[in-house]
Design a protein around this ligand. Structure first.
Ligand code: VG1
Ligand code: CO
Length: 542
C-alpha cells in the first residue's frame, strides 16, 4: 500500500460559508473537488501523527467521501481516525467524540438541513480539537489554500470496512470504527434526570419525535424508546435515508408539517419534536402550541437548573444577533451575562471554552450548551423533557407563564429563496448605503432609533467579524434584521428577521404574523424587497 501524489490545480469557489463548504453533490463528486478541499484542510491544520474523528449525516456520497478522506488522512501521515459505524455520526455526536478522545479535530460530512441526493447538496466541515467548527481565521486559511493547491496525497488501497465496529489498519494509520450512538447516549444520561423522564413516560406521557429520515433516528430510538421507555413507534421517519426520503430534513413548521398537523390536531400527544439532517437542530411543539426557537432558548435558560447537569446554574447565555432578545431578559433576571454573536455556531466556541456562557442558541432551531461545541437537537429535546418531568405542567402552561413573567418577543423569520445573487447584493448594498440617514425615520407608525451593520468583536480573542447583517431598531423595541444566507447552494437567500416586544399582561396570545404585521410592512418598505428581488412574499416563514 503506497501513498501517491496527485497533481491538481485550484478549483474556484471552495469557500466555506456559515457552516463549512456546501455545494451541489455533483460538484463535490467532480474531479479533484473533494480531494482538493480535504488536502487544503490537512495543509492548514497538519495531519502528521494526529488523530481525527470522521463521520457524516449519511446523505448520498457520505460513504464514498469517507473512503477518500480516510485514504488521504493515511497518506498525509495521520496516526488514527475514529469513524462512526457506516461513516455516520450526528454533528453533536462527532463534536463529543472529538472532545472525549482528546483528538486533534474532526471532519464532518454534512449539508445539515439541506436536501440530500445525487442532485441535491453535500458538505464538508472541519471541527477543532475543542469540538467546535473552525473559526473564521482557520476557514479563511483553508480557502486561501484551495486557491494555491498543486497536489494532494492519497494512498492506493481498497475500501476500509466501515460496517463493522472494530480496529483496522490503512497503511500506517489506525482506523477505529465505533458505535455512533453509545458515547453520545451516555453523555445525555450524565446531564439529564433519566429516572424522572422515564417515570413521566411510565405515567402515560406521550411524545412524537420526527427524525425526518435523517441521522437522529438511531439516537432517538435508543435514548427515547429504549432508555427512557417512550412507547415503541414514538420516533417516526427513524431510518436515515441517503436522500432523506426526498424531503427537506429541516425541522420547521413548513418542512415538518406532518408533526405540526399531529400536534395541532385532535388526540395530539403531550410533546412533539423534530431534528434536522445532521442532528444539530431541533423544533419543539406542545399540544396545540408551537414554540419559536428564540422562545425555546429563553425557556430552557430559565429552567435549565431543574436538570442535574445544570443544577449549579448558568454562567451566561449567548444568542446569535438575529435571535430574539427573549433570552437576554432571562439572563438579566438571573443576574448572568448575555452575549450577542454573529450567525453560526463557530462564534459560540470561545465563549463556551472561556466559561463565559453555558447555554447558546440561534433562531434557526439551534440550541446547545457547553457539553459539546455544536448545537445539539436531541440535547434540547431532552432538556425540555426534563423540565416537563420536573414541573409537571404542559408545554403551553410553561410557555405562557414565561411570557407573563418576562413579556413576549413576538418573532418570525421570512426567507426569500433563490434570488439572483446580483439582485440580492444590490438590495443589501442600497440598504447599507442608507443606514446613516435612517435614525428618526417614521414607518408604519414606528420610529427608527438606530440602524447599523452588525460587527462583532470576540470578547476572548479580540477578532473582529464585520458586515454580519443590517439591524434596524425602533424606539418601541421592535427590530428588523436583514442578512444573506451563507449555507445555500442556489442563488442568494435573503433572510428578514422580525421582532416586536409586548410586555403584557395584555396581548400575549396573538398570532405572531398578525402581531408583527406593521414590522413586516416596514421591512418591505424600507428595503424595497419587491422592487429589488421581484418577490413580494416570502418562500418560507418560520
Ligand atoms: C443557517 C442559519 C444559522 C445556522 C446555519 C448552520 O445559516 O441561519 O443560524 O448556524 O444555517 O446550521 P445561514 O447563513 O444560511 O443563515 V446547520 O443546522 O446547517 O449546521
Ligand atoms: Co444542522
Amino acid at each position: 500500500m503506497s501513498a501517491i501524489t496527485v497533481q491538481t490545480q485550484p478549483i474556484a469557489g471552495q469557500k466555506p460559508g456559515t457552516s463549512g463548504l456546501r455545494k451541489k453533490t455533483p460538484v463535490f463528486m467532480g474531479p479533484h473537488y473533494l480531494e482538493n478541499f480535504i488536502q487544503s484542510i490537512f495543509d492548514v491544520v497538519g495531519a502528521e501523527g494526529k488523530t481525527f474523528v470522521l463521520g457524516g449525516d449519511g446523505r448520498y456520497f457520505n460513504d464514498r467521501a469517507a473512503q477518500v478522506i480516510l485514504r488521504m488522512a493515511a497518506a498525509n501521515g495521520a496516526a488514527r481516525v475514529i469513524v462512526g459505524q457506516g461513516a455516520v455520526l450526528s454533528t453533536p455526536a462527532a463534536s463529543h467524540l472529538i472532545r472525549l478522545n482528546k483528538t486533534d479535530g474532526g471532519i464532518i460530512m454534512s449539508a445539515s438541513h439541506n436536501p440530500g441526493g445525487p442532485k441535491e447538496d453535500f458538505g464538508v466541515k472541519f471541527n477543532m480539537p475543542n469540538g467546535g467548527p473552525a473559526p473564521e481565521a482557520v476557514t479563511e486559511a483553508m480557502f486561501k489554500r484551495t486557491t494555491e493547491i498543486t497536489e494532494y496525497r492519497i494512498v492506493e488501497a481498497q475500501d476500509v470496512d466501515l460496517g463493522t465496529v472494530g480496529r483496522s489498519q490503512l497503511g500506517g494509520m489506525v482506523v477505529d470504527v465505533v458505535d455512533p450512538v453509545s458515547d453520545y447516549a451516555a453523555l445525555m444520561e450524565s446531564l439529564f434526570d433519566f429516572d424522572k423522564i422515564a417515570a413521566m413516560f411510565a405515567g402515560g406521557f406521550r411524545m412524537r419525535m420526527d427524525s425526518m429520515c435523517a441521522v437522529t433516528g438511531p439516537y432517538a430510538v435508543e435514548i427515547l424508546e429504549r432508555r427512557l421507555g417512550a412507547a415503541p413507534g414514538t420516533v417516526t421517519h427513524a431510518t436515515p435515508l441517503p436522500d432523506f426520503g426526498g424531503m427537506h430534513p429541516d425541522p420547521n413548521p413548513t418542512w415538518a408539517h406532518e408533526l405540526m398537523a399531529e400536534m395541532m390536531g385532535p388526540g395530539a400527544p403531550d410533546f412533539g419534536a423534530a431534528s434536522d439532517g445532521d442532528g444539530d437542530r431541533n423544533m419543539v411543539v406542545g399540544r396545540g402550541i408551537y414554540v419559536s426557537p428564540s422562545d425555546s432558548l429563553a425557556v430552557l435558560a430559565a429552567n435549565a437548573h431543574l436538570a442535574k447537569g445544570y443544577r449549579g446554574g448558568l454562567k451566561g447565555v449567548a444568542r446569535s444577533m438575529p435571535t430574539s432578545a427573549a433570552s437576554d431578559r432571562v439572563a438579566a433576571a438571573l443576574g448572568i451575562a448575555s452575549f450577542e454573536t454573529p450567525t453560526g455556531w463557530k462564534f459560540f466556541g470561545n465563549l463556551l471554552d472561556a466559561g463565559k456562557a453555558t447555554i447558546c442558541g440561534e433562531e434557526s432551531f439551534g440550541t446547545g450548551s457547553d457539553h459539546v461545541r455544536e448545537k445539539d437537537g436531541l440535547w434540547a429535546i431532552l432538556l425540555w423533557l426534563n423540565i416537563l418531568a420536573v414541573r409537571g405542567e404542559s408545554v403551553a402552561e410553561i410557555v405562557q407563564a414565561h411570557w407573563r413573567k418576562f413579556g413576549r418577543n413576538y418573532y418570525s423569520r421570512h426567507d426569500f429563496e433563490a434570488i439572483a445573487t446580483d439582485k440580492a447584493d444590490a438590495m443589501m448594498a442600497a440598504l447599507r448605503a442608507s443606514l446613516a440617514g435612517l435614525a428618526g425615520r417614521k414607518l408604519q407608525g414606528m420610529e427608527i432609533a438606530v440602524a447599523d451593520d452588525f460587527a462583532y468583536t470576540d470578547p476572548v480573542d479580540g477578532s473582529v467579524s464585520a458586515k454580519q447583517g443590517v439591524r434596524v431598531n425602533f424606539t418601541d423595541g421592535s427590530r428588523i434584521v436583514y442578512r444573506l444566507s451563507g449555507t445555500g447552494t442556489e442563488g442568494a437567500t435573503l433572510r428578514v428577521y422580525l421582532e416586536r416586544y409586548v410586555a403584557g399582561p395584555e396581548g400575549l396570545d396573538r398570532d405572531a404574523q398578525e402581531a408583527l404585521a406593521p414590522v413586516i410592512a416596514a421591512a418591505h418598505e424600507l428595503a424595497g424587497i419587491g422592487a429589488h428581488t421581484g418577490k413580494t412574499a416570502p418562500d418560507v416563514v418560520t
